[in-house]
Design a protein around this ligand. Structure first.
Ligand code: GDP
Length: 207
């Protein structure tokens, strides 16, 4: 029996060390959470693929999530990390103003290396409500200052799991519809948009 290839969309996690990227990755991949003491100490890029069903036809799409694996601690993340990504999630911690203030720097990297990527902002550690120092207004203002390059804003808690699966499900819906319309455009026969040149009558002809 013929197997149908499920399209795969690359999604990257960006943001300051400690914002919760690996925790989001772990929630996405295994639906687990580890606290500070259990944090993995190894370095290296991580990838994990998961199938989502999207649209009225219940089409299958693979979301391939990439995490820096803490590499940003020791070196800048290379352009191959950004390459071919359909979406980038800019993660900051709601209880850490420095992680929020660093967003514009990460945004610049995404815009320079992944021009097609849809960009999302994710305020993580939503469970630390009482310690939150970044308000909804701050996030809104940041997005407005970014001249509409931000497609969506999410709030998550990797500790409780709140908002994490909803965020990835929404991203899979949005990237699948935009890459689909891009593919449809690429497939369009260029003749379908051709404007025929008007027939100019040759006035010099006497017949
Ligand atoms: P990364 O450096 O961006 O990959 O951040 P990590 O995922 O390693 O998380 C940094 C620290 O924050 C770890 O101690 C996590 O356990 C903790 N952490 C991550 N997400 C949450 C969350 O949603 N709530 C709380 N309370 N702690 C979190």
């Amino acid at each position: 029996m013929a197997t149908v290839k499920i399209p795969s969309q690359k999604v990257i996690l960006c943001g300051e060390y400690g914002a919760g990227k690996s925790s989001l990755f772990r929630r996405f991949a295994m639906d687990t959470f580890v606290s500070a003491s259990d944090r993995r100490s190894t370095l290296g890029l991580d990838q994990f693929e998961k199938v989502y069903r999207v649209g009225p036809e219940d089409r299958q799409i693979k979301l391939q999530l990439w995490d820096t694996g803490g590499l940003e601690r020791v070196a800048s993340v290379t352009s191959s990390y950004f390459k071919f990504s359909e979406a980038a999630v800019l993660v900051f911690a709601l209880d850490n103003v420095d992680s929020f203030n660093a967003l514009s720097q990460h945004l610049l990297e995404i815009v320079s290396h992944a021009e097609h990527a849809k960009i999302y902002v994710c305020g993580n550690k939503a469970d630390l409500r009482h310690e939150a120092v970044v308000s909804d207004e701050d996030i809104q203002m940041f997005c407005e200052q970014c001249h509409n390059v931000i497609t969506g804003i999410f709030k998550t808690s990797c500790r409780t799991g709140e908002g994490v699966h909803e965020m990835f499900a929404e991203i899979s819906r949005q990237v699948s519809s935009s890459s689909r319309s891009r593919k449809e455009l690429e497939r369009l026969d260029d003749r379908s948009f051709r404007v025929e040149a008007p027939v100019v009558e040759d006035e010099s002809c006497s017949c």
